[in-house]
Ligand binder design. Structure first.
Ligand SMILES: [Ca+2]
Ligand SMILES: [Ca+2]
Length: 482
């Protein structure tokens, strides 16, 4: 039997539907071991100013962006030595916000002597245009000079991408197809300080906008570009238009990874519920803001504040997931919306019904109820191949960092590395915000980078104001003798 491209696509989608079942949240404070058997914890480096994207380089160093310090840094995991590869003076970081120096991708030919010692980064820059959104995002290429250990010769390959203080996403990925992938979040529109700004995750660029280089409608999308920033000829044509948009309808996809067989897995952050694990397919719609998690009318409805009767006011009560908005705000239930391109998540973290109590008394201190909400704030994802030296039983797992729970979730995939099996396994509990994860090539060390500040979670499930290892790289080493 021959499978064409269409049926190869149809099989996973059909199976996703068959697997659809609620991923129920554990109660706040449900115990998670700090270390599973045969693991040791060691702090590799500290003093990092908000690591954002992190990769293992061919030089055996951990390469990372420091969002706040606006630089690209190399850390030698053998001795913790920190070497700055470049300070990016023209990057913009807004204190306590989500912009700065963010995405990082290494060219697979880096240090291979092929003349392609390229490192790609995403950063916020001042557009000089003023207004409420004066900044933009650029994708920049540097060339690594191994002698001086510096990144030089910057070239901006794509400029003018939207930027704001919220939901940058900013995962940069070098694909097996020699293309760059970049997730660009919904910029926090329709919530908090951007409550009255319409969410654009469902709005696609027009032909005229693409021709004019207007990237306004790239927010809430996953982009795919050639290495010079141009639009690949084989990008999907969506609603009649070919652009950098590869997939759309995302909220804040901070984690993306290709599996060894080329599947693109991604996380998305939900509002009060329904963080997601997605399988990203070209030209598909991931539903935000019309759907959070599965299309189940449970725990979420889309309240569009920008369309409030009598005008949106920034101080309108926007709590409770669109379930109890002010009367003036129009609400669309998930089932009232449809799109043939919509894809449900593989898994949610977590799903609840409409009677769920979002004000759990465990989190009553200082009204920090969101710490108890059934979300994990997924921030990165790694594919665990396993193999001879690896942790037994972990072959073909996804490792997902949680910012708010101080936990690394392991999601076991089926032997083909396609679909999740069972519940996610929480690991390595601490009062930290786990930002990034990479795995050593032998599968025996898991490196996790942590945020420098903001709230973690205590063992009892409420807000932790003091982080155990701020701005650090932690190694979790599997130590069982073979
Ligand atoms: Ca979704
Ligand atoms: Ca839902």
């Amino acid at each position: 039997m021959r499978f064409g491209a269409a049926s190869a696509l149809a099989v996973p989608l059909m199976l996703i539907g068959a697997l659809a079942k609620a991923d129920l949240p554990p109660a706040p404070g449900t115990p998670v071991p700090a270390l599973p058997p045969h693991f040791e914890k060691a702090v590799v480096a500290t003093g990092l100013a908000n690591p954002h994207n992190m990769m293992l380089g061919p030089d055996g160093h951990i390469w990372l962006t420091e969002q706040i310090a606006k630089r690209i840094t190399r850390v030698d995991p053998r001795n913790g030595k920190i070497t700055v590869a470049v300070e990016i003076a023209d990057a913009v970081y807004s204190p306590d916000q989500q912009d700065g120096v963010l995405g990082l991708a290494l060219h697979p030919d880096l240090l291979k002597g092929k003349g392609r010692d390229y490192v790609y980064v995403s950063l916020t820059y001042a557009s000089g245009q003023g207004g409420e959104f004066p900044n933009r995002t650029a994708i920049r290429r540097y060339t690594y000079n191994a002698k001086t250990q510096k990144l030089v010769s910057p070239v901006d390959i794509l400029k003018g991408l939207p930027s704001a203080h919220d939901h940058q996403s900013a995962r940069l990925l070098f694909g097996p197809d020699q293309k760059l992938y970049y997730s660009i979040g919904d910029q926090g529109r329709n919530q908090l300080s951007y409550l009255c700004q319409p969410n654009q995750a469902q709005l696609l660029p027009t032909e005229a906008e693409v021709k004019a280089g207007n990237r306004e409608h790239y927010m809430g999308k996953i982009l795919r570009m050639n290495l010079d920033g141009s639009i690949p000829a084989d990008n999907p044509t969506i609603h009649g238009v070919k652009s950098h948009v590869y997939a759309w309808g995302i909220r804040n996809t901070q984690g993306m990874v290709f599996s060894p067989t080329g599947k693109l897995f991604a996380t998305d952050q939900g509002p009060n519920t329904d963080d997601e694990l997605n399988l990203i397919l070209p030209g598909r719609n991931y539903g935000w803001p019309n759907v959070a998690g599965r299309k189940d009318d449970a725990g979420y409805a889309y309240a569009n504040y920008s369309a409030a009767k009598g005008g949106c006011k920034g101080d309108m009560d926007n709590a409770q997931n669109g379930l109890k908005p002010p009367e003036a705000v129009p609400v669309t239930r998930e089932s009232q919306w449809s799109d043939p391109d919509f894809v449900e998540p593989l898994k949610t973290f977590f799903s609840v019904d409409n009677n769920f109590n979002f004000n759990n008394p465990v989190c009553a201190d200082k009204n920090l109820y969101y710490i108890c909400w059934p979300t994990i704030a997924p921030s990165s994802i790694a594919y665990y191949r396993g193999g001879k030296q690896g942790v037994p039983g972990w072959e073909h797992s996804l490792l997902i960092t949680s910012l708010k729970r101080g936990v690394l979730y392991r999601v076991q995939l089926d032997p083909t590395g396609t679909l999740p099996l069972g519940n996610a396994e929480p690991l390595f509990r601490s009062a930290n915000r786990y930002r990034e994860v990479v795995v050593s090539p032998d599968g025996r060390t898991i490196y996790v980078a942590t945020d420098t500040s903001h709230l973690g979670t205590t063992d009892t499930g409420n807000a932790a104001f003091k982080l155990d290892n701020p701005g650090s790289i932690i190694a979790f080493k599997y130590s069982r003798a073979k």
